[in-house]
Design a protein around this ligand. Structure first.
Ligand code: C5P
Length: 242
């Protein structure tokens, strides 16, 4: 692992040069952070669970024709991915009020939204990922209207599919964050889902009890973080091999 060239290190993942050109290896760490790096911890086993959960969800999305960067899982903590040019936006889809939306707009957490809401945030650690509008995005050239239409279309398809998938295992998909990348194949460019989809990037509530089964357990000191991620994996039928 240490002999490979490290391309990027984030808070919860590391990207290494892949075995073939145009590929990378995505390594899932146990580290977790919240509130723009102000709160940090290590959650033993989280990386293994997120690697497995993200593999499963990306594979299911691939199966229904949503292009993703995922190629295959390599081992407990690593997956092979296609190298993409990350669009510097976090695309958040919300079905139920929670988190920053509740705080900003005073809508009680748990309120069903009249329709799914898509928000964009600029990926910038220095600025704390500020919310941006289509106007900002196109004016500053982070993306264009055609690409944004595609991102929104894909985000809503992901939402429809994942909402149903989680509902089937007794989990409400409250909200989630997606990242997209541009994949170049010769002169042709395709938009692909990138990064990960896991309890680190989704709010997942038990349908019966509203118990949090996601990163809010860490953000709010609710305890049993790894156990909650494990329960998500168990319900998906994909507990990692021991
Ligand atoms: O904090 P907020 O309510 O805006 O988060 C909305 C959703 O996006 C949550 O599911 C959260 O886990 C996810 N998110 C993320 N990475 C960020 C910000 C939010 O995965 N940097």
């Amino acid at each position: 692992m240490s002999r490979r060239r490290r391309v990027y290190e984030g808070k919860a993942k590391v990207l290494y040069e892949g075995p073939e050109p145009g590929t990378l290896v995505q390594y899932f760490k146990d580290d977790t952070t919240a509130f723009n790096n102000q709160k940090k911890a290590t959650i033993t086993g989280k990386g293994v669970l997120n690697n497995r959960i993200s593999e499963y969800l990306m594979t299911r999305l691939n199966d229904i024709g949503i292009p993703t960067h995922f190629v295959r899982r390599l081992n407990m903590r690593e997956q092979l991915i296609k190298e993409v040019e990350i669009i510097p936006l976090e695309v958040v889809v919300r079905n139920v009020a929670a988190g920053s939306l509740s705080k900003r707009l005073g809508v009680a957490e748990g309120t069903q939204l009249p329709r799914s809401i898509i928000e964009f945030y600029l990926k910038s650690d220095e600025l704390g990922d500020p919310m941006v509008t289509e106007e900002h995005i196109t004016a500053f050239g982070w993306s264009n209207t055609h690409e944004l239409d595609e991102l929104m279309h894909l985000a809503l398809r992901v939402n429809d599919f994942l909402s149903g998938l989680f509902l089937g295992i007794g989990i409400r998909l409250v909200d989630f964050k997606l990242e997209f990348g541009r994949y170049w194949h010769g002169d042709e460019m395709r938009i692909m889902l990138a990064d990960e989809i896991s309890p680190d990037s989704c709010r997942l509530w038990d349908i019966q009890t509203n118990e949090r089964m996601d990163k809010d357990r860490f953000r709010r000191d609710l305890g049993n973080v790894a156990e909650a991620y494990q329960e998500v994996a168990r319900r998906l039928g994909i507990l990692p091999e021991s």
